[in-house]
Ligand binder design. Structure first.
Ligand code: ADP
Ligand code: MG
Length: 361
């Protein structure tokens, strides 16, 4: 039977009206997503457990409360049409409970797979994407049995970021007595790094992507410090990095922006280090270097907006302002090609990302 006309009109109205976007997490990525959403006329509601979360200054509505509190989750879920998230360390059960009534993109199963370093690497290897060699570690003895992976990095399988929860182990005599084996770890063979790059990609639908050029990254103390576009890499490495990122996005049936972090070793081998199922720090420079940023493309994809050809306009460098680095920039007169972002975090802390600057050239 044909649908009554009135129903068709109603569906059209729904498709054409702008959704209210819920964002879980209130850090700088949440702020920059909210800014991009505003540009598209989309209202954002941030849910964060941090009363000082900086994204509250950029979003339309801010809900503060524990992620495990069902009332908070219900209040948030009722108010939004679509949900996305700015960090991956959210328990699967919480995302899954929201997903029962409102669409979450990227899908909760994708986040579950990626938030554990072991399942993430298994997924990559099962798709013939090279990673560094690794093993699951439950106690000190497991490290000794895997001494072929030394020198290596011991990382917690979950909840790590910016190098948190990581221990460098050069040999079996050097196993730190402070390691808390009530948690599970992954031991990764240390890669002799020539350089690190990242590939930011937004997938809209089957074989529908916008891909940013590879970005070259320099870390200090395992925290990203500098990003540059374009990365100084061979055409072969560039092609491989793009191919793998497309393959990952397609295989995951991913909607939104994701980032693949890569290592290149001194013999020019490419390894996928990790996948971020979200916008990424290295992609901050896309705000100034591209016609459409990684944030805007993420919003466009999750809100089912039209895909627009994404073009690089400038080469660029990004500097992360960590801890007290921010102070100098707060009072500095800047050249026209320098863009300063202050995340408006309440307290300056050592190793805390406080802001960034992008220099276009
Ligand atoms: P995080 O989740 O903290 O970003 P990563 O695995 O990306 O964790 O590690 C942070 C940084 O530490 C990397 O960008 C890289 O500079 C260094 N690192 C991590 N693993 C290795 C490794 N196996 N070999 C060499 N360097 C590594
Ligand atoms: Mg990383």
């Amino acid at each position: 039977m044909e649908k009554p006309t009135i129903k068709i009109c109603y569906e059209k109205t729904i498709i054409m009206s702008k959704p209210i976007l819920g964002i879980i997490g209130g850090g700088q990525l949440g702020s920059l997503l909210s800014v991009a959403a505003k540009k598209l006329g989309i209202k954002t509601i941030i849910l964060s457990d941090d009363p000082d979360a900086p994204a509250q200054y950029f979003a339309d509505v801010f809900i503060c409360g524990n992620y495990h509190d069902k009332k908070n989750i219900n209040d948030f879920t009722k108010l939004v049409d679509i949900v996305t998230y700015e960090f991956e360390n959210i328990p699967f059960e919480i995302l899954d409970s929201i997903h029962k009534t409102k669409n979450i993109l990227p899908k909760p199963e994708i986040n579950k797979l990626i938030q554990n370093r072991i399942s993430e690497k298994k997924f990559l290897n099962s798709n013939k994407i090279q990673t560094t060699k690794y093993s699951l570690i439950k106690d000190k003895n497991d490290i000794i049995e895997n001494k072929n992976l030394l020198p290596g990095l011991l990382k917690t399988t979950t909840l790590g970021y910016d190098g948190k929860g990581q221990f460098k182990i050069n040999n079996i005599n050097e196993i730190d007595d402070n390691i808390d084996f009530s948690k599970e770890y992954i031991l990764e063979k240390f890669v002799d790094l020539q350089k690190e790059i990242s590939l930011v990609i937004t997938r809209f639908d089957k074989n529908q992507y916008e891909i940013y050029n590879p970005i070259e990254n320099i870390h200090e103390n395992q925290i990203l410090k500098y990003s540059t576009i374009p990365a100084d890499i061979s055409e072969d490495i560039k092609k491989q990095a793009i191919k793998w990122a497309e393959y990952i996005a397609e295989k995951l049936n991913y909607i939104g922006t994701l980032c693949v972090e890569y290592f290149i070793d001194t013999n020019n081998n490419l390894y996928a280090n990790e996948i971020a199922p979200r916008v990424h720090n290295s992609g901050h420079l896309t705000i100034n270097a591209y016609n459409i940023s990684q944030f805007e493309n993420h919003i466009r994809a999750v809100c089912n907006f039209k895909k627009i050809e994404t073009k690089q306009l400038y080469n660029a460098r990004m500097i992360n302002l960590i801890g007290e680095d921010i102070l100098e920039y707060r009072n500095k007169k800047l050249d026209k090609n320098v863009f300063f972002y202050d995340y408006l975090k309440k307290e300056i802390k050592n190793k805390r990302k406080m802001g960034h600057v992008t220099i276009i050239e």
